[in-house]
Ligand binder design. Structure first.
Ligand SMILES: [Zn+2]
Length: 54
């Protein structure tokens, strides 16, 4: 797989248990911080997930 610098991998970390449940690719130009309501299977409910880099 060819490496490109056009996007980076970020994690979505659960704000309640701190686990990183999701990974996604984001364009490096986008500087805004992601904050999404996602389902956390450890908490068994939807919680706020915040963007974390490696
Ligand atoms: Zn959680």
């Amino acid at each position: 797989m060819a490496k490109t610098k056009s996007s980076i991998v970020v994690f979505l970390e659960c704000s309640e248990c701190g686990r990183r449940n999701y990974t996604l690719r984001k364009r490096t130009r986008a500087q805004w911080k992601l904050e999404l309501r996602k389902y956390c299977r450890f908490d068994r409910k939807h919680t706020t997930h915040k963007e974390r880099k490696k």
